[in-house]
Ligand binder design. Sequence first.
Ligand code: PMP
Length: 401
Amino acid sequence: ESVFAHVVQAPEDPILGVTVAYNKDPSPVKVNLGVGAYRTEEGKPLVLNVVRRAEQLLVNDRSRVKEYLPITGLADFNKLSAKLIFGSDSPALQENRVTTVQCLSGTGSLRVGAEFLAKHYHQHTIYIPQPTWGNHPKVFTLAGLSVKTYRYYDPATRGLNFQGLLEDLGSAPLGAIVLLHACAHNPTGVDPTLEQWEQIRQLMRSKALLPFFDSAYQGFASGSLDADAQSVRMFAADGGELLAAQSYAKNMGLYGERVGALSIVCKSANVAAKVESQLKLVIRPMYSSPPIHGASIVATILKDSGMYHEWTIELKAMADRIISMRHQLFDALRARGTPGDWSHIIKQIGMFTFTGLNTEQVAFMTKEYHIYMTSDGRISMAGLRSRTVPHLADAIHAAVT
Ligand code: PMP
């Protein structure tokens, strides 16, 4: 008898489990709209040309060795990542008030930030939007924070519940942490407008709520790296403190390389240095130091103006293909006369559309049409192709009529 005999079978991850089910389906018409990873119009994963080029340079550089990185990661990568999110003219960067540490993609950056807060911040309550990325509550709870939600999405309008958001943040305890999606909110594709961000900022600063930005889609939402960082930069510009977790999974297509960064903007350089010393104590017993390859790719691209430019073009092409899929799906539903207002498909932004389809309708589409998506009705627009749009539109039409 195994000493682990009592261990019970855990359920599949609700998002990654969709792909497990998809892989098991022998149907030739099956479509996977579950996982949030970019696919080409041919349905293939994409390695950016600029990434291939950077990797070639790295391979050819015989002076490169495989020594450990410092606990905080690759220094160039950290500096350039901070510049990417806060902007090259950021006063916080010029004043050395920001500490940035390389972490294991977006998830690892969130976790390190949360562990730091649980240890060193006076408030242990973090407010996350309702709904949010399914991993958020688990990451924060396991780090020792206590998770509460604020209203975000309004099913009636399939847009932002701005009033509810302001009320919930307005009644949060002084100093509470608030998780904000920097852009392209997952799973809803609904973002505040710049005016609404400004109101959120004023409210949060007036109650000393601490912003923790999750930036997993910079450049992926609008196609512009600067436009997608506006929310973060607005908060950084007021001189207040904040955290930001960055991921290069989507915008550079580096998913499995696990490249990300955590930045903490502080009031002074002195505080930032002390915060960084404590981040090292969080990281060292967790994984000692981060991996070198992906961060080297990012640093190579970000520090060369030619490669940076090439990246922005490839990034915009990904964003544009997703936007084009939104229009094709919307047009296909309109052509079928599918009942309901589907304009949210073209209004929402980023990788996902929150369709409004319910659990039963999703189950029906999977069973009858072999379309795989999360049960909350979220579809990854990046998994869609011109060729598969009609099939999806047929499925949605059948599910709602
Ligand atoms: N935050 C959000 C909102 C996400 O959608 C994702 C990716 N699905 C992540 C963080 C983290 O992804 P990764 O760890 O792969 O960078």
